[in-house]
Design a protein around this ligand. Structure first.
Ligand code: FE2
Ligand code: FE2
Length: 452
């Protein structure tokens, strides 16, 4: 176990140096250095290090520990969320100071100090209680497995180059002149298989878990598959194509362990029948889809294909209930979405999907807003469909928006931002009057030999 703990301790050491840099950058005030320090803490600690702990070490501990040991691990995961909130506040206040606010300075100093103290306490507790717990309850042979899991998580969240840049910055905050504004995760090409197989745990409460399998495409697009597990039961949202079936199946099986895949769920009717056939052949799962014509068209086993009613319904998974929501014309006329009240996740299918941008977890729309808007206008027919849907989903407590393609949005703030963006964006049919014109340019799709 020592090697896996040593790896996490090394990241703690880097974080301590940068926390110290952040504190020193307050007096005398050095906004550039403070900004770089906050970037490091946001991407290296808040994103990569916490994900490594949650997907790797904590997940392993939750399987082996019980009673108060287990509570400690759950408390550490909850603290990751609290640290994230402290960091967001500090970042926001730094933005205000940079924009010329004269009053935000004192609040910024307080917020940075709070975040630094909180994170130092968190790491100390891990080092004094959680890491020794791991030494005690996890078999030594699991260290190699954990190191592999850390590498898979890292590959999903940050490029090797950016990871090194951040470590260099932690080593010497004065020497590194240019630091990236944020990591652009570019998994190496041969990493696609590893990434899709490893999965990334988005949420855990007791025996209820959500795992993301992100499938990178050339050009930076990403297809997202989600596995929701409750006790011994699982549902796979977006079963995907035949080409990636073996890798995805291996990942799903790994996370299900001895559990079973009960359902395959599709949010729309744009499906890869060969991919679905593979799932039906390789597992006992039932297919839930609005595409009721699929079995007869493709000779699939119809008794295992269940047409989802237009109005949706409540689906039992293990001991939990998932809500299948009607989502017509978003953009699929027969589309559905899935809401998981335990993880507060809304699986939106094609809505809010983007065809460029890796499957990163994002707590702000930022540069994604323009892409979402552009694709939304092109694909969703009408604002009326969005408004009717919003009236329904605003009654739900949503903290994670999980689309079929592109980034996944985390937190109440970004969800509100996203709903407002969708509400304000006209659909394709709404804009017809300004777009439709008689054609004037030739369309010549390749010359054909003259007949006769
Ligand atoms: Fe931690
Ligand atoms: Fe840690």
């Amino acid at each position: 176990m020592n090697e896996a703990i040593a790896y996490l301790l090394e990241e703690h050491r880097a974080a301590r140096r940068v926390l110290d840099t952040a504190r020193r950058a307050l007096a005398p005030f050095d906004p550039v250095r403070l900004k770089r320090a906050l970037l490091f803490l946001k991407y290296m600690m808040d994103r990569v290090h916490h994900a490594e702990e949650e997907d790797g070490l904590f997940a392993a501990l939750l399987e082996h520990a019980s009673g108060s040991d287990r509570t400690q691990v759950e408390e550490m995961m909850a603290q990751h969320g609290k640290g994230h909130a402290h960091l967001k506040t500090a970042e926001h206040l730094l933005g205000e100071v940079e924009a010329g606010s004269e009053t935000a300075g004192a609040a910024l100093a307080g917020a940075v100090a709070d975040y630094v103290d909180f994170t130092l306490r968190h790491m100390r507790f891990e080092e004094q209680a959680v890491f020794p717990l791991a030494e005690r309850v996890l078999p030594g042979s699991q260290a190699a497995q954990l190191l592999e899991q850390f590498a898979r998580t890292r590959a999903l969240l940050i490029s090797a180059r950016d990871y090194q840049l951040y470590l260099d910055f932690a080593q010497d905050p004065g020497r590194v002149e240019t630091m990236v504004a944020g990591p652009a995760p570019q998994p190496p090409e041969d990493a696609a298989t590893r990434v899709i197989q490893s999965g990334r745990i988005l949420h855990t409460t007791g025996a209820h878990r959500t795992v993301l399998f992100a499938q990178p495409h050339k050009g930076g697009a990403t297809l997202n598959h989600y596995l929701v597990i409750d006790g011994p039961s699982g549902i796979l949202i977006h079963p995907g194509s035949r080409a990636h079936h073996p890798q995805l199946k291996a990942g799903v099986q790994q996370h299900l362990e001895n559990g079973r895949l009960d359902y395959l769920f599709t949010t729309g009717v744009d499906l890869d029948p060969a991919g679905l056939s593979s799932w039906l052949m390789d597992t006992d799962a039932d297919l839930l889809t609005a595409a009721s014509e699929l079995p007869s068209l493709l000779g699939l086993e119809s008794e295992r294909c269940h047409p989802v009613p237009e109005e949706g319904g409540i689906l039992a998974l293990g001991r939990s209930d998932l809500a299948i929501l009607p989502a017509p014309f978003l953009p699929d006329p027969r589309g559905h979405q899935l809401y998981d009240p335990l993880s507060k996740t809304l699986y939106t299918g094609e809505l809010a999907s983007t065809s460029h941008g890796p499957a990163q977890l994002s707590d702000g729309l930022g540069e994604h807003a323009a892409v979402i808007k552009e694709e939304h206008q092109r694909r969703v027919p009408s604002q009326a469909a969005v408004q009717a849907w919003l009236r329904m989903v605003r009654g739900l407590d949503v903290r994670i928006v999980a689309p079929r393609r592109g980034p996944i949005y985390l937190g109440e703030g970004v969800v509100a931002e996203l709903w407002a963006l969708l509400e304000a964006t006209p659909g394709g049919a709404d804009r017809l009057r300004e777009r439709l014109e008689l054609p004037t340019r030739p369309f010549a799709p390749g010359a054909k030999p003259n007949a006769g």
